[in-house]
Design a protein around this ligand. Sequence first.
Ligand SMILES: Cc1cc2nc3c(=O)[nH]c(=O)nc-3n(C[C@H](O)[C@H](O)[C@H](O)COP(=O)(O)O)c2cc1C
Length: 246
Amino acid sequence: MVRIAIISYSLYGHTEKIALAIQRSIINAGGSADLYRVDETLPDEVLQKMKAPPKTTSIPIASTDVLLNYDAFLFGVPTRFGTCSAQWSTFWDRTGGIWAKGSLNGKAAAFFVSSASIGGGQESTVKSCLNYLVHHGMIFIPLGYNQCFSELANITETHGGSPWGAGTLAGADGSRFPSELELRIASIQGKTFYEIVKNIYDDSEVTNKGANIPKTEGNNTQANKKTLKQVNVDKKNKKKSNCTIS
Ligand SMILES: Cc1cc2nc3c(=O)[nH]c(=O)nc-3n(C[C@H](O)[C@H](O)[C@H](O)COP(=O)(O)O)c2cc1C
């Protein structure tokens, strides 16, 4: 089975709620997906001033190994100044070593977002994240319109989300939480993403015997398996790469 990780950063819990809806929909569609969170980079003193609630510690922090251990990813990114949060760019800044080896080449990824307001930058946030995918050779899977035209085109109700990915509007004071419509769009994204990646990654699995795969983290269950396709891609990349960044 294709191994999916949902990795998000969430300061006040809005992006995390979308992540949970996406996870549920993947499970309902017959797949599975493990949740991770991106590590905080703001000092405690600043978090206190921002009135940030405690982190959901039951969700493990994503190390860069998580990117190696899964086939496909849904990344949850709250908007900061129309672009991705610094916590996310710090996460990607740690991936130079695996970038040099081409380890993420051909893996699939999608995005979902949260912003304060309409026009606050949901689409530009996803677009800014495409740089990371392109440099890693990853495949962007947009939400598109095909399965959720009526939801995305709904102009009678205020909502986040776009063909670039599901989204919620938190409000300027963070008091608004995902609406039913936004959660429905998130569920559609989870289901369609799962159906697409299931077709990309066939069911021919090999165990990690002989393959250089780090051990599973936390309570996540899928990470010790690797598709035959990915093992072959890794082997080829290992042979080709003579870059020294680690
Ligand atoms: C420093 C900072 C910059 C922000 N910039 C934007 C912005 O450009 N556009 C916007 O709509 N919201 C902006 N926001 C609001 C966040 O996007 C919002 O708090 C977030 O989506 C809530 O999601 P979370 O609870 O998952 O962190 C900003 C928030 C902070 C703290």
